[in-house]
Unconditional design. Sequence first.
Length: 394
Amino acid sequence: MPGSTPMVVVEADDALWREYQDLTVRSYGHPVEDVARLRAHADARVAVRDGRVVGGGLALAVPQFFGGRPVLGACLAGGCIAPEARGSRLWTTLLEERLRPLKEQGAVLATAWTASTGYGHRMGWAAPSQVYSWTVPTEELRGIADGSRFDIVHGVDDQARTQQQEMAGVWNGPWQRPSWWPAWQQAEHPGMMHYRFALPGRAPDGLLAIAFDRDRADGRRLVVHDFWAATAGAATAMLGFLGRHHSRIPAVMFQRTALPPVPLLQNHLRRAGAAAATSWHPWMLRVLDPVEAVRRRGWPEGLDLALPLALRGDDNGPSAPMLLRITAGAGELTPHAGARNELVLTPCQFAHWYAGGYRTPAAALLEGVHGEPRLVAQLVRATADREPWMPEYF
């Protein structure tokens, strides 16, 4: 009978991948072009049961910046389960098998954009930041200072790409974008245009990627895909440029990954409520190897910290006593048998903390981090120097 044989997860050959692509159309209701475009850069796995492909997905080995240093992560994309196979716990097995080859390559983190946040939390994934897209009437941006001090140049060069990586490193979560990213991004958005903003004789302080799109309700609009600003002056110049880019475009939309998680846009608006926000499903993070993840991450140079803490196992299993030591910009997490569990974190809470998602001790305590407020404050201080932001959608 259907489902009578065990599911096996295998690396996809061309025939299996074609079957999986057909499955994604049946599952999502439309072709998923990313599945084809990303395959050349990813590890592709499919789940097979009774001779049929019933699930699959891609995993990309990409470093992400945390604490200013790149940490290798497994970024999951294009995953789905056949509608008739859902509800039979196939996803847990498939997920682990998709991660396994990248863990063997050295990935210590896993990242995904997903609407299944409840399931993710139960599996030890955290959503360290909320995600919104913003739509604003173009006229709201036209009155912003013109930024005439900045040279605005169409196109992107190697210097601009290097500068983008430096700007990415001041946040927790952005990719250290691989060499294939620009071509892939352009294929995703064929009309995308790039502009760089720089003071005369200086390296770029701002990088902008935009494209035209058509909205059912409002007609044509300008869509912002990348908004990288190193200074307040560059950010102001970029917003003003968007307001003047096309006089007949009624609205500018900042897609879900475009703006950093600060009230940059709102603070430049003349009328409160002029910008409309749309909430999107978040990116989620899971720490696959806490010891290695702590060692590879960057830490504040002036921080000198030694904290005993315990990581509670999945499903509230026994806690593992550890010692977190941070000094001179380096971190170490080691077993610490016999230590008092003065701080206790679940895998989900640990991932949230690792990404800098707890901005204050009150936020960590409210989410259930167990410990004295004084110790929780020290823990939060270790990662709150950079905010979480995922500017890549995959």
